[in-house]
Write a protein that binds this ligand. Sequence first.
Ligand code: SAM
Length: 246
Amino acid sequence: MRFDIITIFPEMFASVFSGGVVRKALEKGVVRIAVHDLRDFTEDKHRQVDDRPFGGLEGMVLKPEPIFRAVEAVRQAEGTSRVYLLSPQGRPLDAALARELASQGQVVLVCGRYEGVDERVADHLVDGEISIGDYVLSGGELAAAVVVDAAARFVPGVVGKEDSVRNESFAGGILDFPQYTRPREFRGFKVPQVLFSGDHKKIERWRRKKALEKTVRRRPDLVAHRTLAPEDRRLLEETSNERKDE
Ligand code: SAM
């Protein structure tokens, strides 16, 4: 999987990909990341990437020409690739989109800055816009790093065991089950007894039940329009009966 990131702050990416799962993926060669300085695609001596907005507002807007040139250069060097603009107005990033990006093999991410990007980039250059949430960041760089991390996890060979991605929150449409490690008891807080039972079926059932219970409590929107499997319905009934007995 290859990510090309176009930005006016290429140095911001050095530390963010220098640790953890993404770094390992880079070392193994299953993920490649190329960061391009937008200023390298300017043609004036001041390497100007921004200008005042037409219509007379405050602030600056990223100019279209360097962005078009940068994307065209990457496309020429790397072949057809899907291009996305990071934008608070874009499609919200979720597990489905992260998986979709991972399956594309190559993705170009354009980072905006200042008041945003000349609209002709969104209208005539990119294939889509991606938002990482309903808030406004100062630039697309942090958003691009989030997109790379989330998508890279779905690239085969990036996360050690396939199972860890499969069970994660959202992957199966619900939140993850609770996890515990040593010590068995800490400040009087005990790890649930079932996890020491050695009965894998029982543990699996308990995990599913806890995951469903958490999802219904914290993110009911995730299951509101889904028809739950009969076993899942039974587990949720058990949970609500247990709560009534408390
Ligand atoms: N004026 C723009 C608006 O309100 O839609 C916001 C511009 S923002 C200050 C500068 C850049 O940060 C954007 O062009 C975009 O690339 C990036 N950005 C800000 N918030 C974002 C978000 N939630 N998701 C993805 N990118 C974001």
